[in-house]
Design a protein around this ligand. Structure first.
Ligand SMILES: Nc1ncnc2c1ncn2[C@@H]1O[C@H](COP(=O)(O)OP(=O)(O)O)[C@@H](O)[C@H]1O
Ligand SMILES: [Mg+2]
Length: 289
């Protein structure tokens, strides 16, 4: 499902003494099936953008098109329920939203609320618990008796249980240990590929943006200041520094190696694996000369 923001501005608490403008004329096109990362410093407007993607917030000015549904400030729209079903958001610290007596009921709640029959909802819950690497026993437990990492997985299962076409992730691995982070990021990537999902990821990790995304947008002071492929975004370190962002580790390392060798590799290496391959190729060619 294509999503397009056109000149979207947003102010919290509009027309009150507490009015706070959070977005300024944001243009962003997220093609169906793409993996879009959004990066930017804290307070730059990333979470505010995300909440527009399923019309939880409506723009104060401008338009957002979500599939064939158009959302504008002044327009009432009966189709928002449909949008909310198709666009699933995993909020920051989603485990704070768990509420039901058991994990099973918690995961089933969303789909049943949207009219999915009980058996089908239950089937999805069991499947998802397994997919997320949790043992079957958790289904009958209270979500509040689980570890933090397990609670995060249950909350993610609850969003996936809606079978969304677009999966929106707001720093989904914040606070998890490195292994849990990698497992969950790899799972999202697999779902993205296998189900043809459109994925939107807000992250502080330049490594995750470089590894998984095929497009990256930079938010800065409520504006979308730059959008492009990872190769484009990470080609200019000075510009990133203007937005208080850094290069991914693999590219930093690549630059050091290039300096030492006095020669450049032909491409920017977005992951360590890619860097290892490029270096091996380079050394092989050098030896052949
Ligand atoms: N509920 C709110 N009420 C008022 N201001 C808010 C609210 N949520 C966020 N803001 C402000 O809007 C700006 C953008 O916030 P946010 O979208 O959360 O940024 P990010 O996700 O990039 O950290 C910040 O200045 C923040 O303080
Ligand atoms: Mg945020």
């Amino acid at each position: 499902m294509d999503i397009t923001l056109q000149q979207v501005s947003y102010a919290y608490a509009k027309n009150t003494p507490f009015e706070k403008r959070a977005l300024f004329d944001v243009d962003l096109h997220i093609p169906s099936g793409s993996y879009q990362a959004i990066i930017g410093h804290t307070g730059s407007g990333k979470s505010t953008v995300l909440q527009h993607l399923n019309a939880l917030l409506k723009p104060t000015e401008g338009t957002i098109k979500i599939g064939d549904v158009e959302v504008k400030a002044e327009k009432r729209n009966k189709q928002l329920r449909k949008v909310r079903q198709k666009v699933g958001i995993v909020f920051q610290f989603p485990e704070h939203q768990l509420f039901d007596e058991t994990v099973l009921k918690d995961i089933m709640f969303g789909p049943m609320n949207f009219g999915v029959p009980e058996e089908e909802a239950k089937h999805r819950a069991i499947e998802l618990v397994n997919l997320l690497g949790l043992p079957d026993e958790v289904l009958e437990k209270s979500p509040f008796d689980l570890s933090g990492g397990q609670m995060r997985r249950v909350a993610i299962a609850g969003v996936l249980a809606m079978n969304p076409e677009v999966l929106v992730l707001d720093e989904p691995t914040a606070g998890l240990d490195p292994r849990g982070r990698k497992e969950i990021m790899d799972l999202f990537y697999r779902l993205h590929k296998e189900k043809g999902l459109t994925t939107v990821l807000v992250t502080h990790s330049m490594e995750d943006a470089a590894r998984y995304a095929d497009r990256i947008a930079i938010m800065h002071d409520g504006k979308c200041v730059l959008a492009g492929t990872p190769q484009e975004i990470f080609s200019d370190e000075g510009r990133l520094m203007d937005y208080r962002l850094e290069l991914p580790q693999s590219i930093k390392f690549q630059k050091k190696v290039e300096q030492m060798m006095g020669k450049k590799l032909p491409v920017l290496c977005l992951t360590e694996e890619m860097l290892a391959e490029e270096l091996a190729l380079f050394l092989k060619k050098e030896r052949e000369l």
